[in-house]
Design a protein around this ligand. Sequence first.
Ligand SMILES: NC(=O)C1=CN([C@@H]2O[C@H](COP(=O)(O)OP(=O)(O)OC[C@H]3O[C@@H](n4cnc5c(N)ncnc54)[C@H](OP(=O)(O)O)[C@@H]3O)[C@@H](O)[C@H]2O)C=CC1
Ligand SMILES: O=C1OC[C@@H](O)[C@H](O)[C@H]1O
Length: 393
Amino acid sequence: MSKYQLKWGILATGGIAESFGRDLSVNPETRDRKDIEHVIVAAASSSSSDRAKKYLKAVNAPDSAKAYGSYKELVEDSNVDIIYVATPHSHHYQNTMQCLEAGKNVLCEKSLTVNAAQAEALIKKAKEKNLFLMEALWTRYFPLSIYAREMVTSGKLGTVERTFADLSFGSAPETSFEDSHRMVNPDLAGGALLDLGIYALTWVFQTLYTTQKNPQPPTVQSSMRKYEKTGVDQQTTMLLSFPRKEQGDAHGIATTGMRVASDPNGNMEAPAIRIQGSEGELMVFPPAFRPTRTKLVLKDGTVDQKEWPHPGPGPGSGFKNGFGGNFMPEGEGFGMFWEADECAYALKEGRKEGKYESLDESLVIMKVMDEVRKQHGFTLPEKIETTKYPVDL
Ligand SMILES: NC(=O)C1=CN([C@@H]2O[C@H](COP(=O)(O)OP(=O)(O)OC[C@H]3O[C@@H](n4cnc5c(N)ncnc54)[C@H](OP(=O)(O)O)[C@@H]3O)[C@@H](O)[C@H]2O)C=CC1
Ligand SMILES: O=C1OC[C@@H](O)[C@H](O)[C@H]1O
């Protein structure tokens, strides 16, 4: 069988770009995907071409892969099918627009942009240019997430009335981060909401919105505690009410924060997500961005625990985040290949957006985060919030 080969260009060479690049080298056959393959053909670093070279070596890219010292050279490379944008979210709008303007398909890290106006402008540009655009909300593409959504749509849980979802790290900002770190730096669109809260929202949305036939945007109430030193949010709690015609509103409770952890001792003893229906509930254990364990508990006595390891052979521990955490067990893949596979299938089939999170849904989620920020007067610097392009950041 001839395989569809997707040629990747990587824009930025930081922490997540490395995890993603390593995952691309895991053979898709290990996850039963025999008709596609991924290859990194180029990477660009805004610091230097040497940095890009080091990156390509670290992720075992082929020797023929090009190393660029500017993003401009990457977007102009005619050998690249799709670009993975892996800069901080402050830069997503400018970087993604640059790719789209140059005629490139894009997989852009979360959050897609810092506000809905920017997301809308990117979606418009992608449509105008007939290009593929997807928010890299990798969790949505995990088999575990597909199973969770099926538990809702199949009626197994009965009528789903409520979802609790949390992504929090016990990393007090004043002791964990320099003020320049992207988690707390307003110039890099810092704060818990855009970085971590989006996962709590993902779980609320993929169980209460994506699964509906005619989903309606939720109303939102929220509480926010800011980090006094830099003004970004350090803890945010959102109450979402999703209108439903026949069954009445469903409620989503999405929480995020830097001071307490979803998983205080690392043993995944308490669920990070609880999807509750009239017939029972599905618990999903932390971390909400990369869960690997579920427990289904039904009124009829069913208790079904499942493990969802990401197949390898993986390249070993490779994921480090701003919290010093490492969530990649030796020998396992990290799990970013599921979303990469979706990009390959979409381009192979001529689709222009991801199957499990439409661009419209990414936009509705951005609008929710806008509303939450508005309720608490949390704004970012004008050059980060603007829809003007190009702007030098
Ligand atoms: N899916 C997931 O699990 C994760 C997703 N993320 C997302 O990925 C994005 C990047 O995060 P992460 O990789 O942790 O960040 P890093 O700080 O590790 O890397 C960001 C990279 O962006 C480039 N860059 C360009 N301009 C700037 C700038 N002004 N300041 C800092 N970096 C800049 C740099 O690469 P270069 O010098 O090569 O140009 C830098 O290495 C974020 O949007 C985050 O939300 C992050 C972690 C996990
Ligand atoms: O997407 C993410 O998931 C894991 C976190 O460690 C990281 O900060 C965030 O960007």
